[in-house]
Ligand binder design. Structure first.
Ligand SMILES: [Cu+2]
Length: 459
């Protein structure tokens, strides 16, 4: 019997591939870095789609009951936040690449086209699949050369949250932003249902202020900490109606761990890289650490109305690029020395004398082009003073089920907000009066010019 493949070869169709003489599925592209509406599945088995923060889901083509996707590895320009763009490598127009959503049991065929100047591959992080589909260059396949397309095909056997990233020149390609999320929904849409299902990747870049391209040889000392390649105030808020069950899936493809913290609610870790956590094995948290290469799904009932911060708890991960070598100057009166420095360095600014909050105001000072302020974002009460891995979960009453629009700032009911204490009849005790900056400053003759940490800089 003549097989289909033999037939094509016999007919002299040299270009026919093992994928079955198919035309490539269309590779949809995204030009916007805004959060896109969830993609309701137009065919195949039903599921409740996720919302990728500042991202999108890749449409597929159904062919003979196989879901076909087309990922194109290519240079992209990603807006990190308004005022700053980065030249990254990504997929289909963005970094991270689009989220892939399938259903447990689906047969999936993914075409990966390489438009980069060097070889790449695709590893499907966390999946059960035939070894030859695992995408490790040199180990399970040759690298995908520039201009070539490879085909991966397997059945999505386990429901859960997965990631994809290259397994070729990994340090460079991941430092350039090549990664994406993969969600395999459960066969039974009634399994662990939630009203809102958000997902995001933690990633990090080392981009010098004023430049566009990450330094790719950085191992640990990154300066831009991002949710889906966006830094606050460029990260969209997540929204939920009061009483809704919310899942947030977070994957970490940076080179360090991130303790992810949510204000105002407890949550349970319901999913890890290895699958769903049985209810009896869950415990409550308000912060969960996500190690390198890990994924965590957390769930909560959004019971408390408000604008609740959601962020990495490493404080330098909620800041944008800064000079790490800025000395600690708290309590150092720089007035006298400033005059002397200005004779040598006109325009030198003394900073940090009362803390670093004044850095927020750097937004109003000239910065190099294409540079974000170190701390930024304005709230209803002034500067939020955050950057990097920071956003909010906005919980509101009467929020329509499929409404993902930012509802604006929370309006606190009377009597539910911190307020300034007013001095009444009794005077304020001396011991608690406002700090006397003159007294905190260095004593005369004690000239403190520079206080720096010695040794290796660690994150
Ligand atoms: Cu962090």
């Amino acid at each position: 019997m003549v097989s289909r493949r033999d037939f094509f070869i016999g007919a002299g169709a040299a270009a026919v591939t093992r994928a079955g003489a198919a035309t490539l599925p269309e590779a949809a592209r995204m030009d916007s870095a805004a959060t896109q509406a969830p993609l309701a599945p137009p065919n195949g088995r039903p599921y409740n789609p996720v919302v990728t923060l500042n991202g999108w889901t890749l449409p597929w083509r159904m062919k003979d009951n196989v879901k076909e996707f087309h990922l194109v590895a290519e240079p992209v320009v990603r807006e990190i936040a308004p005022g700053m763009k980065a030249q990254l490598w990504g997929y289909n127009g963005q970094s991270p690449g689009p989220t892939i959503e399938v259903v447990e049991g689906d047969r999936v065929r993914i075409f990966v086209t390489n438009k980069l100047p060097e070889q790449t591959s695709m590893h499907w992080h966390g999946q059960r699949l035939p070894n030859g589909m695992d995408g490790v260059t040199g180990l399970t396949q040759p690298g995908i050369a520039p201009g070539k397309t490879y085909v991966y095909e397997f059945v999505a056997r386990r429901a859960g949250t997965f990631m994809y990233h290259p397994h070729a020149d990994e340090m460079v390609q991941m430092a350039m932003g090549m990664m994406g999320l993969w969600i395999t929904h459960p066969k039974d849409p009634a399994f662990m249902p939630v009203e809102r299902d958000y997902c995001l990747l933690l990633n990090a870049y080392d981009i010098d202020p004023g430049s566009l391209t990450p330094k790719v040889n950085t191992m640990t000392d990154f300066n831009l900490w991002t949710f889906n390649s966006r830094a606050f105030p460029g990260v969209d808020a997540m929204v939920a109606g009061v009483g809704e069950r919310v899942r947030i899936r977070v994957g970490n493809l940076t080179m360090t761990n991130h303790p992810i913290h949510l204000h105002g609610h407890e949550f349970h870790v319901t999913g890890t890289d290895g699958g769903w956590v049985p209810p009896a094995a869950r415990w409550p948290e308000v912060t969960t650490d996500i190690a390198v290469g890990q994924m965590r799904a957390i769930e909560l009932v959004a019971s408390e109305p408000g604008d609740w911060a959601f962020h990495c708890h490493k404080s330098h991960h909620t800041m944008n690029a800064m000079g790490h070598e800025v000395p600690t100057m708290i309590g150092v009166d720089q007035r006298e020395v400033l005059g002397k420095i200005n004779q040598l360095v006109p325009g030198y600014m003394a900073m940090g004398q009362t803390g670093m909050a004044e850095m927020e105001k750097m937004a109003m000072m000239p910065l190099p082009d294409n540079t974000l302020p170190m701390m930024g974002g304005s709230g209803p009460f002034g500067g939020i003073g955050m950057g990097g891995m920071f956003t909010m979960l906005k919980v509101r009453k009467g929020m329509a089920r499929h409404d993902y629009r930012d509802p604006g700032w929370y309006r606190h009911p009377a009597g539910t907000q911190a307020y300034e204490w007013q001095e009444g009849g009794a005077p304020m005790p001396d011991t608690v009066r406002a700090p006397d900056t003159a007294r905190m400053a260095a004593k005369p003759g004690e000239t403190v010019l520079k206080v720096t940490k010695g040794g290796h800089h660690e994150h």
